[in-house]
Design a protein around this ligand. Structure first.
Ligand code: BGC
Length: 274
């Protein structure tokens, strides 16, 4: 049995768990803490530390994957939409490794979720282009083509029509803040997914984030040519994907920036470490 820890840092919450990385099963309770106000680096690192301490002894030697809501290149966070601007340009992977005194694999949160869906969920064995979107505090995106993940797609920040930075109009946080009905929110999502459809001609859309558990309320309202389904792993996709990337070793290539494609290990093709 291969195990790894996944930590999913979001703009609103930080979640962690121990994962069986061949099946994508969560072996521990899912531990969840609020993201500290302001999303400052040191405060977030402290919360991650507490979550790790809460996971039991079984996980002491397990590889750790951490996913974060920003562009991640060469271990650095290169953007900060819903966390402190201090993350921009920060050597974040190193910061975590020093504080936790352990190596970690560090990736974008939507990429981790997309990787998990392609390993264990709705994108598994889909022979074509899959666009995974996470609707949460922001809008995250992952591009997966025949089980290859193209990292750091930032499709939540598209300008569409006269709307600049579309996640600030249509994320789930906006729906909650403005108390939008499912119908009004779906109208905003319709515009968004139509744009993605026009730009990418995908074979499948996957919708993740906590709100995916209410998919029946809004996905049937969308009229698209592309099939659109909720994330099979719901809001655990980030934890599972971060853990799987840490265990499968793809994270090294990802964080070094030398190899920008991550091949999912559920294929017969050679794994990235081969
Ligand atoms: C960030 C992305 C992230 C997404 C979901 C966006 O604001 O720019 O990097 O994946 O939120 O958390």
């Amino acid at each position: 049995m291969a195990q790894a820890i996944g930590i999913d840092i979001g703009g609103t919450g930080i979640k962690g768990g121990l994962v069986e990385v061949t099946t994508g099963e969560l072996l521990s309770d899912r531990i969840k803490r609020p993201t500290p106000e302001g999303g400052e680096p040191d405060d977030i690192v402290k919360v991650v530390h507490t979550i790790l301490a809460e996971l039991d002894d079984r996980s002491a030697d397990a590889p750790i994957g951490v996913c974060f809501p920003a562009i991640v290149r060469n271990g650095r966070t290169m953007s900060a939409a819903n966390v402190s601007k201090k993350w921009v340009g920060l050597a974040a992977e190193q910061l975590f490794e020093r504080a936790l005194a352990r190596d970690i694999t560090f990736v974008n949160d939507a990429d981790a979720a997309g990787y998990a869906e392609s390993e264990f969920g709705a994108a598994k064995d889909v022979d074509g282009l899959v666009l995974m979107t996470t609707l949460g505090t922001g809008i995250g995106s992952a591009i997966i083509y025949r089980n290859l993940l193209v990292p750091n797609a930032e499709l939540g920040h598209l300008d569409i029509g006269d709307r600049h930075d579309y996640e600030t109009h249509a994320s789930n946080a906006v729906r909650e803040r403005k108390e939008l009905s499912w119908k009004r929110w779906a109208a905003l999502l319709q515009t968004y997914y139509e744009k993605l459809e026009f730009l990418f001609s995908p074979d499948l859309f996957i919708v993740g984030g906590g709100v995916s558990k209410h998919a029946d309320e809004f996905l049937p309202l969308l009229q698209l040519d592309t099939p659109i389904v909720p994330a099979a792993l719901r809001n655990n996709a980030g934890i599972l994907g971060a853990a799987a990337l840490a265990a499968h070793g793809s994270g090294d290539r990802y964080t070094q920036g030398a190899e920008h494609l991550i091949r999912s290990t559920n294929e017969s093709a050679p794994s990235p470490t081969a």
